[in-house]
Design a protein around this ligand. Sequence first.
Ligand SMILES: N[C@@H](CCC(=O)N[C@@H](CS)C(=O)NCC(=O)O)C(=O)O
Length: 228
Amino acid sequence: MARTLYELAGNDPALRFSPYCWRIRFALAHKDLAVDTLPWYFTDKQAIEFSGQGRVPVLIDGERVVHESFEIATYLEEEYSDHPPLFPSGSTAEARFINAWTDSIIHPYLSRMVVSDIIKILRPEDQHYFRQSRETLFGRKLEDVTANRDETVLEFRRALQPVRIVLKAQEWLGGEQPSYADYILGGSLMWARCVSRFEILEDSDIVAVWFAKLRGLYDDMGETAPRA
Ligand SMILES: N[C@@H](CCC(=O)N[C@@H](CS)C(=O)NCC(=O)O)C(=O)O
């Protein structure tokens, strides 16, 4: 069955950097589901109009069109219940919390560290849209948003303390095996890694060790992904 994933891309179409798309890339690999990934660009709304909205990831799975990363993960879990589970507890409840925590607490830190690097990797025709929409959102110039990133990174590392506590007790956020919870946070760290060379984690941090292990999954999928 044909399966296609629309993913946010940079000027180099191979550079895929959306945290939400990375979550789904890992989820599909976890389920051992082959997929064709198509580059999508911020100003290319028309290309995903068929999904009834303007954001990626968008997954086409045979006849089905699904958007919203958490909805896609839930869909994959139900549709491919005989494949390895993304939600090993049998419930999406805990992962929903990790999703909300990552998006609402971790993403603002990541934005404050890398958003001014994103514009440098975009196609020229997407740069204006990105600057205008994000500067409206932040109420400041992109360069001002990241101006204090040497301080922000310290706050960010402190905010990861709950993850450290969990990883001291178990190998993955999912327990003995990686699960969608790992792909949520890992996908967001892939975003920062793909768009910027700013070091957000210290090598000795258990979170960095976990993230490196996550990147090594599925034939080094995250490790070998193109970066800025
Ligand atoms: N809650 C959505 C968020 C999706 C989202 O915001 N995707 C971004 C890319 S990282 C996007 O498509 N943005 C389009 C735009 O800003 O115009 C999800 O989890 O899938």
